[in-house]
Ligand binder design. Structure first.
Ligand SMILES: O=C(O)C(=O)C[C@]1(C(=O)O)C=C[C@@H](O)C=C1
Length: 307
């Protein structure tokens, strides 16, 4: 039975998402302390794949995931899952809300309840832990007074009490997760796919807008653009792009070859079915048929069969 890594310990949102992503697949889920460690285990072959958080609708990208994806041997996403994110406040039995001096959680979680903390625990120190479940474990061990955790955490830390339920500054917040593995056979195109790439552009006038034009000219809908410093040079950025379509689609393949020509570095980060299964809307001039017919036309012209 293959092992699948996730950001642990048991009881994280990532564990829940990884269970969804591996449903129907006979695999053992193995917790890792951090996203880079989970991805290192994929690279070394210790595990087959890893479930990692990618972005949250309130707090944005998860920088640890972005950086770890582009550092080291290539990895590709083969699936994505979306989870609604609401938190419970967990504490040892007998803890009173107004006596809480320290409240711990993952930085992304703390950021998503900042308003609630200011209103309800104004005197408490917020402590960053490696995950929401790591915070619950630390509270159980007596290190902090309260944890901001996933509702599912209580199943794993039954010694704790739920002080407050369903805390979220933005009620309908969502976090997106990916199942990542070493490059191999890609998931088949479904018509409702997303492709992710990371590209470093050259320092030239219009470089970013021209890169984006390569997508828009081919009718490709960009769903996310995020930049991170390359860490090599001040002012040099790597752009993370997510867009509709599969690398097997003609318009996407055509755009990727253009990006490859333009950028100093392009890393393919996967083509996989979108969690919401919403089909890509493709304009007629960017359809598979339009690409096939125009390629055939060019072949005929080059062979002297057409003018
Ligand atoms: O700590 C967890 O439970 C995680 O799975 C990590 C994580 C994140 O990185 O954003 C996942 C979902 C929530 O947005 C808060 C924390």
């Amino acid at each position: 039975m293959p092992d699948i890594a996730y950001l642990g310990p048991p009881g994280t949102f990532t564990e829940q998402a990884t269970r969804t992503l591996t449903e129907g697949f006979d695999a053992a889920l193995v917790p890792y302390d951090t996203v880079p460690l989970a991805l290192a285990a994929v690279r070394s072959g210790d595990v087959l794949a890893a479930g990692v958080p990618v972005e949250n609708s309130v707090e944005g990208a998860v920088p640890a995931t972005m950086d770890a994806l582009v550092t080291g041997e290539p990895l590709v996403a083969v699936g994505e899952a979306m989870l609604p994110v609401r938190f419970d406040v967990l504490a040892r039995p007998g803890t009173e809300l107004d006596k809480i001096g320290t409240v711990a959680s993952h930085p992304h979680a703390l950021a998503q309840v900042r308003g609630w903390l200011e209103a309800n625990l104004p005197g408490a120190d917020a402590i960053a832990t490696k995950s929401t479940a790591a915070a619950a474990a630390a509270v159980r061990a007596g290190e902090f007074d309260a944890a901001i955790s996933a509702p599912v955490a209580l199943e794993h830390y039954p010694e704790l009490d739920r002080l407050v339920e369903g805390v979220a500054d933005v009620p309908d917040a969502l976090t997106r997760f990916a199942l990542v593995r070493r490059p191999g056979v890609l998931p088949d195109p479904t018509g409702a796919d997303r492709t992710s790439v990371a590209a470093v552009i050259t320092d030239e006038v219009g470089a970013l807008s021209e890169l984006l034009s390569e997508l828009s000219l081919r009718g490709i809908n960009l769903s996310r653009i995020e930049s991170r410093p390359t860490k090599d040079r001040l002012g040099e950025y790597r752009f993370f792009l997510d867009f509709d379509g599969h690398v097997a689609d003609a318009r996407v393949g055509d755009a990727l070859t253009a990006l490859r020509r333009r950028c100093s570095e392009v890393r393919f980060l996967g083509s996989y079915p979108k969690a919401d299964r919403s089909p890509a809307s493709v304009r007629p001039s960017a359809s598979e048929q339009a690409f096939q017919e125009s390629a055939q036309w060019l072949e005929d012209v080059r062979a002297g069969r057409l003018a």
